[in-house]
Ligand binder design. Structure first.
Ligand code: CP
Ligand code: NVA
Length: 326
């Protein structure tokens, strides 16, 4: 059954039904097939898209740009030093100006209230490309990858291991609850998600017979997992906390021993990227124990991280086409 998302924002997925999420995933799969078949759409022809970035990005920025160009739209990158937002101009005024000029707005930044403010005042669809609290477009790519690898979402045993209160943990918990998964957050107690969000997700979960478990017991948390997922131990803006996070999260590193504890030889490893998995980057040289995943697992047959990264473009395209397309 088709769902009409025209004119809607995409901010946290809390206000999306399971059917709408499924619709976006099916559209992503179709758009991927079309691209592989050499069929280019013109679903966003003549549209102008603003891409606001307060934080850096490789995947999200490139996915929005490529998706726009594939569908005939013009993307305009607005970096943190390029516009007045937050320095000389309020969110409300920026939203009203950009909304007069652009047909859709992507925001990546710090406060979730900023993307909510843009959505409230812009008068055009606003898409959240990551805030401190949520990263919903990433979850669509993650779930598309799960569908490709496992063929279903409902009942999938999904273990998120690491910083249990960051934007990825929050958004995966929302999405998993909506899609009927057996979802676990495996983290030290000091990094458990907020009880308010867990309560809200358990309400979503109830409607879809999903299960939400929050535990610091690694063995129990990953047992029988179909998917093991992790993210960096310190998110953008939390760099000062790296030494403390390494101490807390070292036992939660995804390595051979943890994968063996799933007791599922077919378990899939996912990561939103960027990932620390060896000592080749600047920060990893400074903090040699920073790796949330071992090189062995990152490069193993379990890992689907580059398919997942590619799926950012197909899922972001689906969000723009569904909310803005002709
Ligand atoms: N996964 C993700 O959002 O990557 P970027 O920070 O590179 O956009
Ligand atoms: N939690 C990470 C996700 C990056 C895609 C961060 O916010 O830095």
């Amino acid at each position: 059954m088709p769902f009409n998302l025209k004119g809607r924002h995409f901010l946290s997925m809390k206000d999306n039904t399971a059917e709408e999420i499924d619709f976006l995933l099916q559209l992503s799969i179709k758009l991927k097939q079309d691209k592989y078949a050499g069929l280019r759409g013109k679903n966003l022809a003549g549209k102008n898209i603003a891409l606001i970035f307060e934080k850096p990005s490789t995947r999200t920025r490139c996915a929005f740009v490529v998706a726009c160009v594939d569908e005939g739209a013009h993307p305009e990158y607005l970096g943190k030093d390029d516009i007045q937002l937050g320095k000389k101009e309020t969110v409300k005024d920026t939203a009203r100006v950009l909304g007069r000029m652009f047909d859709g707005i992507q925001f990546r930044g710090f406060k979730h209230e900023t993307v909510e403010g843009l959505a409230q005042y812009a008068g055009v669809p606003v898409w959240n490309g990551l805030t401190d609290l949520y990263h919903p477009t990433q979850v669509l790519a993650d779930f598309m990858t799960v569908l490709e690898v496992k063929g279903r979402l409902k009942g999938i045993q999904f273990a998120y291991v690491g910083d249990g209160r960051n934007n990825m943990a929050n958004s995966l918990m929302i999405g998993a609850a909506k899609m009927g998964m057996d979802f676990r957050i495996v983290a030290p107690q000091s990094l458990f998600p907020s009880p308010e969000l867990v309560k809200e997700c358990r309400e979503f979960a109830h409607e879809r017979s999903a299960k939400i478990t929050i535990t610091d017991d690694i063995g129990a948390g990953v047992k029988n997992a179909d998917i093991v997922y992790t993210d960096v131990w310190a998110s953008m803006g939390e760099e000062e906390q790296i030494p403390e996070r390494i101490k807390l999260l070292k036992p939660f590193q995804i390595n051979r021993s943890l994968i063996d504890q799933t007791e599922n030889s077919e378990c899939t490893f996912l990561h939103c990227l960027p990932a620390f998995h060896n000592c080749e980057t600047k920060l990893a040289k400074q903090f040699p124990d920073i790796c949330e995943v071992s090189e062995e697992i990152f490069e193993s047959r379990h890992s689907q991280v580059f398919n997942q990264a590619e799926n950012r473009v197909h899922t972001i395209k689906a969000v723009m086409v569904a909310t803005l397309g002709k």
